[in-house]
Each structure stands twice: as structure tokens, then as C-alpha cells.
Design a protein around this ligand. Structure first.
Ligand code: BG6
Length: 516
């Protein structure tokens, strides 16, 4: 059966605004933000009165920036052909402002430029500042925005959030801080300069349709709701496998590593949505409360003896991905030739709650693996009456939530083979978004940018969530920093399924990773 997806509806008309992207020459702007803005332009979902200003250090003309962004849209966008009209609609509103993050005069000129934009594009003083720079620049930018009154907290004027007055919002990219201490410092800077209701902490995984669907699978289906417990579930594997390397982001990645880049934020969001208790309502606050409960109940890494330590790391060496030879991590640009930064992490997580005691959650995330695939595999226990099926060894039922690509959900269960015997074999039911809904799900950043413009913070992370996650991972990061004995890198070949230590981690429990 086919179910045509209804057009997206926005509760309000999209309000006018100017979007300023700090760090506009970076990877995120090219890969995600501009393709998302272009898609919104294609679907006529940008406000009529809108402008986007790229702010970065390099000197550049507006026309060169536009050209680069057009190339980015063609390269990273999800449409084969550029819709010239949609691109032109966006291009007309696209500008470049050269500026340093720590130079007062550049903020003064930005302020003047925004006034001109208001006059020309009727953006009514509404501002969306997107901090897409290395995290080390966040505080500097926030302080200067405040100093130059580009952001005025609502206690000091009528309101920065109200729909009547003009508003200012600040979007903060992940990672929010570098560890627990720096996350708290960043939050202090926010508390001192902004108001929390105007802060949008982005974790773009929350904007993915398939991630939002986790709640629907769990809470809108009795068959899943009733077996979402340790009594029925044997183990869960969460995989975020990327075939890409670190590209031009060597500088960033050397400061970050895989644990900070993917696990502390994206993977923890997946884990929390999968394991949280049913929230009292679907309000953002109730959901955040339940997610924090999960994070607070994860067994800390310090409680494991070295022989069963549940975290391993890896780094890719040279190899072949999709038949093409690629460099090892240490040969990438801006990476130290003896770097100990991890590009792969595997963990076993235990959640000490009545629902999950004893159920292992195996998480793995890696760059330059054999293929791109993000999914969640829930393996159910064998049935009590399994022995009834004679000599046949029953396989465990398996529910697979495919986050990307091939977005969908598959269920593998046992079924009788036609004939006189009692033979059973696993069979598979497979739901695919694209064939059922006959459309591509919108990119996460499309949804999130629209929500920022509309002032809807539901899909953005709260400070308490971020802090709870750093509390868990900071001791592990410190251990890895002070004891590099396990970082004998490179320890996996680019294009493989990851390092051996990850196999040993799961094998010691008598299990193995699903193939990628
Ligand atoms: C980003 C990370 O947050 O997510 C990148 O910084 C990573 O390193 C990207 O490649 C993955 O996003 P997606 O949507 O392609 O899974």
C-alpha cells in the first residue's frame, strides 16, 4: 500500500529574519546548511522576507561566496539537478561578511550590514545567529554579540523572544563544550549574556525523521511497547558507521575525536530515545527529563575492572573504500603524524534501572568503515517454548531500525516452513520510507532551521542533558588521555569493519557485531 505524505504544515507563517552563519567557509555550511536552505527554497518554505549572511575570516566577495555555495549544493545536496529558479531565489538573499571572531570592528560592521538587510529585505530586526565555528570560538562570539548589542537579553528590553517585538536567537552547534568543565563554562557564558529561551543547542540527529520515529515505534504500538524490557530484550546494538574520513576537518577532529564528535551527543540521543521511560507528556520538557534519567543511570566507566573495561578505541590506517585508495588518518591534512586521536569507538553500556538491568547496549561509531550505515538492532530473547521445535535451533527475533540510508524498519521472526515437518526459519518483514511514503524524508537541518525560525525548541537539547552526558564521558576521556597504552594506532584498515579490539569487546559476552 502506498501512503502519500501530506505537505508539511507550519503552525504559523514563517516570520521574516536574517540568518548569520559564523564559520561560513567551514565544512558544515557547505555540506549541510546550504543544501538545507536550498531545499527549503525549492519547497518555498523559507520566509518571504529572508536573508542569509555568511560570516568568516577569509576575504571574499559576495559573488564568490555564492558560487562556492552553489557548488556545495550541487555536490552535497540530495537532488541530482539544480533547480535554477530555487537556487536564484536563495542566491539573491545570500551575502558574505568578512570578519574575525575576536575583532570588535567586525561586529560593528556586521551590525550596520544587518540594518541594511532589514531595510532591503524587510527582515524586521529578527536575527538568527548560527555558531558553526570550532567550539573554542563560541564564548568569544557570544560575548561580542552581547557587547555590540547584537543580542540584548529580554530583561533589558521588551522581549527578545516575543512574536510582537523583533527577536534574536542563537544556534549552538555541537559539541557543546570539550568536557564537563568546559561545557559548564560555556553554559555560564550563556547565562551571563543570553537568555536560555533564545538558545538552540543543535544535535542534528534529533531532526532526522527516523530518529523522531523511535518514539512512535515505542509508544504508538502495543506489540513493541509491551516487550520493551529486560524480560524480552537480550541485547541492543547501535551502529553509526561512516565511509567518509575526516576530509578537510583535520584541525577540528584533532581536538575532538570520535567520542566527542559522535558518541557523547548523537549516539547518546539515540540511546536515550530508545530506553527512556514513557514521558508524562510529549512536551519537550517531559522528554528531556526522561532522557536525563537514562544518562544518570548508566553504570559509570569507573565501576568496571580493567579486564572487563567496556570501551575500546581505534584509528584508521590507509586502505580502500569502495575500491578507491584512501589515506590513513595520520596522513590526512592538519593531523599530527603520531596522532592518538580516535576515529572509532566501541562501548558496552549498562543502564541500572528496573527496565534495563542486565541488558547490554553495544555502541560502535567509526569513520572510514566499509560502508555508511546507521541503525539500531534490537535482539529479543528466545521464546520459553523454543524447545518444542525439535532439533531446529531457533534464531532470536530481531527488530532493526534503519536510521540511514534505506530509512525503514525491519522485523525478523521465525516462521514455519511449508510442509509436514515442524521446521521453522527466520523470515523478514521490511518497511521502507521511500517506497511507502513515496517521498524523501526532509534533511534534518531543514526541519531544525525551520524550527529555529518559528521559535520551536522541542527538538533541541537542554543544558542538563548535555551536562549529564559529559559527566559520563569525561572520566573516560581523561583515562584515555592519561593512559595511551591501548592506543596502538592505526589499528584498522580504512574500508574494513573496524578494529579487532571491538570484536573482542563483544565476543567476551559470547556475541558478535552484526555485519555492516
Ligand atoms: C556530525 C559530525 O555531527 O555528524 C560529523 O561532526 C559526522 O563528523 C556527521 O560526519 C554525520 O552526520 P550524518 O547526518 O551524515 O549521519
Amino acid at each position: 500500500m502506498m501512503f502519500p505524505i501530506p505537505p508539511r504544515e507550519f503552525p504559523n507563517e514563517m516570520p521574516p529574519c536574517a540568518l548569520v552563519i559564523f564559520g561560513a567557509t567551514g565544512d558544515l555550511t557547505a555540506r549541510k546548511l546550504l543544501p538545507a536552505l536550498y531545499n527549503l527554497s525549492r519547497e518555498n518554505q523559507l520566509p518571504d522576507r529572508f536573508a542569509c549572511i555568511g560570516y568568516a575570516r577569509r576575504s571574499k566577495e559576495h559573488k564568490d561566496f555564492r558560487l562556492e555555495m552553489q557548488e556545495a549544493v550541487s555536490m552535497y545536496g540530495n537532488h541530482k539537478e539544480l533547480d535554477v529558479h530555487a537556487w536564484e531565489r536563495l542566491e539573491r538573499r545570500l551575502f558574505y561578511h568578512q570578519g574575525f571572531f575576536d575583532e570588535d570592528k567586525d561586529y560593528v560592521s556586521l551590525k550596520d550590514f544587518l540594518k541594511r538587510i532589514d531595510t532591503e529585505f524587510l527582515t524586521e530586526g529578527n536575527r538568527l545567529f548560527y555558531l558553526s565555528t570550532p567550539p573554542s570560538n563560541f564564548q568569544e562570539i557570544i560575548q561580542r554579540l552581547r557587547k555590540h548589542e547584537l543580542f540584548i537579553p529580554h530583561e533589558e528590553r521588551n522581549s527578545c523572544c516575543s512574536k510582537k517585538d523583533s527577536w534574536t536567537r542563537v544556534i549552538i552547534e555541537k559539541p557543546f563544550g570539550h568536557d564537563l568543565k568546559t561545557a559548564k563554562e560555556l553554559q555560564k557564558c550563556i547565562d551571563d549574556n543570553l537568555c536560555e529561551t533564545c538558545v538552540y543547542r543543535i544535535d542534528h540527529y534529533l531532526g532526522k525523521e527516523t530518529v523522531q520515529n523511535i518514539q512512535s515505534i515505542r509508544f504508538a504500538n502495543k506489540i513493541f511497547e509491551s516487550c520493551w524490557t529486560k524480560e524480552c530484550i537480550d541485547n541492543v546494538q547501535i551502529t553509526v558507521s561512516e565511509s567518509i574520513g575526516i576530509g578537510t576537518r583535520g584541525n577540528f577532529f584533532e581536538q575532538s575525536g570520535m567520542l566527542r564528535d559522535m558518541v557523547q551527543n548523537h549516539m547518546m540521543q539515540l540511546l536515550c530515545l530508545l530506553t527512556m521511560e514513557p514521558p508524562t507528556s510529549f512536551s519537550s520538557e517531559s522528554i528531556k527529563k526522561e532522557k536525563i534519567q537514562v544518562l544518570d543511570n548508566i553504570v559509570p566507566f569507573s565501576e568496571f575492572a580493567p579486564s572487563v573495561f567496556p570501551a575500546v578505541r581505534g584509528q584508521y590506517g590507509p586502505g580502500k573504500v569502495g575500491g578507491v585508495s584512501v589515506k590513513g588518518y595520520r596522513q590526512e591534512d592538519f593531523v599530527a603524524p603520531d596522532s592518538l586521536v580516535e576515529t572509532y569507538v566501541a562501548l558496552k553500556i549498562l543502564i541500572d534501572t528496573p527496565r534495563w538491568q542486565g541488558v547490554p547496549f553495544y555502541l560502535r561509531a567509526g569513520k572510514r568503515l566499509e560502508k555508511r550505515c546507521t541503525d539500531i538492532a534490537i535482539t529479543f530473547k528466545k521464546p520459553i517454548h523454543g524447545d518444542f521445535f525439535a532439533k531446529e535451533r531457533l534464531e532470536n527475533d530481531l527488530l532493526i531500525i534503519r536510521i540511514q540510508p534505506d530509512e525503514g524498519v525491519a522485523l525478523k521472526f521465525n516462521c514455519k516452513v511449508p510442509g509436514v515437518s515442524n521446521l521453522v526459519r527466520p523470515v523478514k518483514m521490511d518497511f521502507r520510507y521511500d517506497s511507502y511514503f513515496k517521498t524523501q524524508a526532509p534533511e534534518a537541518y531543514e526541519r531544525l532551521l525551520c524550527d529555529c525560525i518559528l521559535g520551536d525548541r522541542t527538538l533541541f537539547t537542554g543544558n542538563d542533558e548535555v551536562i549529564a552526558s559529559w559527566k559520563l564521558f569525561t572520566p573516560l576521556l581523561e583515562k584515555w588521555m592519561t593512559d595511551p597504552s591501548d592506543a596502538v594506532f592505526p589499528n584498522y584498515v580504512a574500508g574494513s569493519s573496524g578494529p579487532r579490539c571491538a570484536d573482542s569487546l563483544i565476543r567476551s559476552d559470547g556475541r558478535s557485531w552484526r555485519s555492516l
